[in-house]
Design a protein around this ligand. Structure first.
Ligand code: NAP
Length: 267
């Protein structure tokens, strides 16, 4: 005989484990690719998301889509390379009354060999992919500490774990390796404040960043040889890991990297 009160309530249980109702999030690079999909995942799980990028029209399209589904998404049109870009994010976070989750996703890639790349291009790539990730983290620290269950999630790469199999991704690879140093150092430093800091290391996913590479038949076939699952990822396949790391229930996971790469890093 089953008692109604003792029935496992699946929806409640899952909401309790992975739901984001009442949580506030910032996603950088929300206008396209993985950042747009990460924003969708957080909004669908109930979070209020501030999506950051330079292209207003792209952010607004995503906002319209999510608001039509009763979700909560606001556009923050900002260039985080500009002096006041991060200040704009902080202003919007303050207007929203704080922030519990940050997904530091915006980055760039440059195809130049290390023997050819000039100092300016190298510095610019390191600035966006690494230095500004630290500055964003530093700027959002007070609000994440205030949350009590702050979550900082970096978007790293398979090239955080080994050198690129494609020529010309040296500077990108260096920046993404260092990003794991930042993730681990912040995890240790912020543990006492109840903030967890973790990274996701994606393999190859079709986005604006990889579009021209994956459209090249020979390169694409070459890359598939390194992927045990023999296909590229779908951006929706990041959602479970994002919700796991964003959840207050993943409180004992910090300084970790989750590879989502079809098995690339398993060789
Ligand atoms: N796609 C893959 O296969 C793959 C694999 C491993 C890791 N990753 C990582 O995943 C993350 C997302 O990449 P993606 O593939 O989704 O590339 P993407 O489609 O090119 O997205 C990059 C995002 O960053 C934003 N952005 C770039 N510079 C910015 C700036 N100065 N200020 C504000 N926003 C800026 C772009 O928006 P605006 O142009 O509108 O500013 C865009 O929304 C990156 O960290 C990338 O390294 C991707």
């Amino acid at each position: 005989m089953s008692n109604k009160n003792t029935h496992i309530k699946k929806a409640e249980y899952l909401e309790n484990l992975f739901g984001c109702t009442g949580r506030k999030a910032v996603v950088t690079g929300a206008s396209s690719g993985l950042g747009a999909e990460i924003s969708r995942a957080l909004v669908h799980a109930g979070a209020q998301v501030i999506g950051v990028a330079r292209r207003k029209e792209k952010l607004d399209l995503l906002r319209e889509e999510l608001i039509a589904q009763n979700g909560s998404f606001v556009s923050c049109v900002a260039d985080i390379r500009n002096g006041d870009g991060i200040d704009q994010i902080i202003d919007m976070v303050n207007d929203a009354g704080g922030c519990d989750i940050v997904v530091a996703n915006a980055a760039t890639a440059d195809r130049q060999l290390l023997k050819n790349i000039n100092r300016t291009d190298f510095d610019q790539l390191i600035e966006l992919n690494l230095t500004l990730q630290w500055q964003l983290a530093k700027s959002l620290f007070p609000t994440l500490a205030n949350s009590g269950t702050g979550r900082f999630i970096q978007i790293a790469s398979i090239y955080s774990l080994g050198a690129s199999v494609i020529n010309g991704l040296g500077a990108y690879t260096i920046s993404k390796h260092a990003l794991l140093g930042l993730t681990r150092s912040l995890a240790v430093e912020w543990a006492q404040h109840g903030i967890t800091v973790n990274a996701i290391a994606p393999g190859y996913f079709p986005t604006e960043m990889t579009e021209s590479l994956l459209a090249h038949k020979k390169t694409s076939e070459n890359l598939l040889q390194f992927i045990p699952l023999k296909r590229f990822g779908d951006p929706t396949e990041l959602a479970p890991a994002i919700l796991f790391l964003a959840s207050p229930k993943s409180s004992y996971v910090t300084g970790s990297t989750i590879s989502i790469d079809g098995g690339w890093s398993a060789w």
